[in-house]
Structure formats: structure tokens, C-alpha cells
Design a protein around this ligand. Structure first.
Ligand SMILES: NC(=O)C1=CN([C@@H]2O[C@H](COP(=O)(O)OP(=O)(O)OC[C@H]3O[C@@H](n4cnc5c(N)ncnc54)[C@H](OP(=O)(O)O)[C@@H]3O)[C@@H](O)[C@H]2O)C=CC1
Ligand SMILES: O=C(O)C1=N[C@H](C(=O)O)C[C@H](O)C1
Length: 243
């Protein structure tokens, strides 16, 4: 299939490698300050555009791709306060948009494990729950999109938590109702997420540790293959089924 890449950074380059290995063609690459390429025939010829850019630029990229009638698969994080607007625009105008805060199969299995564990821990009220995530020093957003997805799943299963907060050491939450997320930025770490349940007696931890960006990139290419020819708002549950 014909793929356009929006964003040619760490993820864009990794996706290009995997897309070519899987026999796809990259018909257009749009990086920063190249918005004029959205109007080109090469961009319009793409079956799907894969977008990995930055929190500030994601929305306008989606709108530019929708205007060119090219379906979008995106993994950009840090813009999700606008998700409902984009879903509505896409559905009202008959466009196609696939979003995942994390495309790796391993993380999506980890999401399922996190849901199961949260359901199990709901009645064991001696345990408090918190999270930690560690990423490379170039990351612009905190907490990570993956951490927010994990937190939302915990909050919907654990009655004693009603929201999440970034725990930057000055954070105070006298009620204990907020799930605290610590974000660490170190070297070139691709992404580590840990969910922690702690009581006076012991600690239960589950961790996903990405060894590279390959899993994210493969998932994004598989999502593009899945998206071709479909309409509306799509996500990993549509592609993988209920795990
Ligand atoms: N969902 C998932 O599975 C994953 C999501 N991500 C997310 O994807 C995003 C990108 O990550 P990553 O590739 O590591 O980041 P990079 O910074 O390495 O790459 C982003 C690229 O997009 C470019 N860019 C910035 N603004 C625009 C614009 N308006 N139009 C086109 N290109 C633009 C940047 O240019 P310049 O550098 O010059 O600014 C850069 O080349 C982040 O939000 C990250 O959190 C990352 C991995 C997995
Ligand atoms: O910025 C990154 O690198 C990553 N971002 C995503 C996130 O914010 O969850 C996914 C992955 O953890 C890598």
C-alpha cells in the first residue's frame, strides 16, 4: 500500500524501515515546515498517512490530512484534551482516524493485565496504587500517553481512585483519591511503565520495558494496513479485539 509519513523523527524513520520491509511504498514524507506538501498529488495518493510528530502540531496535521481526504494513523501524545473534537470532526465529515497512545503488542497485553489486576485489587483496600514511567530526555510530554491510558483504566476499576496527578515531589493529595504518576527522563530510554500496589505488608509491581522502538513502529504499520479502506474512529481494540 501507499503510505505517507507525517513526522520524520525517531518514530517516522523506524516506521519507514518496517513499512519498506513489509512491501509498502512511502509516497510522501512531511516533516516540520513542510505543510505545503499536504496539497501535493503524492500526499493525496496515499492510502494512509502515519503521523508521529509533537503535541503542538498533531491537530493541524490531522486537519490537513482530512482536507486531502487521506486517512490518518497517529501515535502522537500530549494533545488528548482535543480527542473528542477530532473524533467528532472525523465522524461528521466521514473521515478515518486510528489513534493509540501505544501501538506495541506488548503494551496492549500489558493494558489487559493492568485492567485485570485493577479489578482484582479493587476490594483489597489496604493497597494504595501508583505509577512510574521512564523515557528518554527528548520527550516533550509528561506523564506519557501510555501512563495516562494505564491510569484511566485503573481509575475506572478502582473505586478509591477518582483521578490522576503528576507526582513531582511537591504534589499533595490529602484525600488519597488521586493516583500519583512519577515521570523520569533518563538518557535514551525507549519507554518503561510500572504499576505499583503497596500495602504495609508488601509491594506488587507490574512493568513493561520496551527494548527499542521496533514494537511501536510495527504496531503503527499494522494499524495502517488495518485502516486502509475503513471509515470512522478506530483504535487497538478494533484491530486486536478484546484482549
Ligand atoms: N503511540 C505510540 O506507540 C508512540 C508514540 N510516540 C509519540 O510520537 C510522537 C513523536 O515521537 P518521536 O518520533 O520519538 O519524536 P521526534 O521528535 O523524534 O520526531 C517528531 C518529528 O516530527 C517533526 N515535526 C514537528 N512538528 C511537525 C509538523 N508540524 N509537521 C510535520 N513534522 C513535524 C519533528 O521535527 P523537529 O525535530 O524539527 O521538531 C520531528 O522530525 C511523540 O508525541 C511521542 O510521544 C512515540 C513512540 C511510540
Ligand atoms: O515519546 C516516546 O518515546 C513514547 N511515547 C509514547 C507515550 O507517551 O506513551 C509511547 C512510548 O512510551 C514512547
Amino acid at each position: 500500500m501507499k503510505i505517507a509519513l507525517i513526522g520524520y523523527g525517531k518514530m517516522g524513520r523506524e516506521i519507514e524501515k518496517i513499512a519498506l520491509q513489509r512491501g509498502h511504498e512511502i509516497v510522501c514524507t512531511i516533516d516540520i515546515n513542510e505543510e505545503d506538501k499536504f496539497q501535493t498529488d503524492s500526499f493525496r495518493s496515499a492510502d494512509v498517512a502515519i503521523e508521529f510528530t509533537s503535541p503542538k502540531s498533531a491537530l493541524s496535521n490531522y486537519r490537513n490530512a482530512f482536507a486531502a481526504d487521506v486517512p490518518v494513523v497517529s501515535g502522537t501524545t500530549g494533545w488528548l484534551e482535543h480527542l473528542d473534537e477530532i473524533i467528532k470532526e472525523c465522524e461528521v465529515n466521514g473521515k478515518t482516524f486510528f489513534y493509540a497512545s501505544n501501538f506495541s503488542l506488548g503494551v496492549n497485553l500489558f493494558f489487559a493485565l493492568n485492567n485485570y489486576l485493577a479489578k482484582l485489587m479493587n476490594r483489597f483496600t489496604d493497597y494504595d496504587v501508583s505509577m512510574e514511567e521512564t523515557h528518554h530526555i527528548h520527550k516533550l510530554d509528561a506523564p506519557s500517553g501510555t501512563a495516562i491510558t494505564l491510569a484511566e483504566d485503573i481509575i475506572s476499576n478502582i473505586d478509591r481512585k477518582s483521578g490522576w496527578i503528576l507526582d513531582d515531589n511537591n504534589t499533595t493529595d490529602s484525600t488519597g483519591h488521586d493516583l500519583k504518576i512519577k515521570s523520569f527522563r533518563e538518557g535514551e530510554v525507549p519507554g518503561i511503565h510500572t504499576v505499583i500496589y503497596e500495602s504495609e505488608a508488601d509491594i506488587i509491581k507490574i512493568t513493561h520495558d520496551a527494548k527499542s522502538r521496533k514494537g511501536f513502529a510495527l504496531g503503527a504499520v499494522l494499524a495502517a494496513e488495518f485502516t486502509k479502506g475503513k471509515k470512522g474512529f478506530l483504535g487497538m481494540k478494533d484491530m486486536l479485539g478484546n484482549l
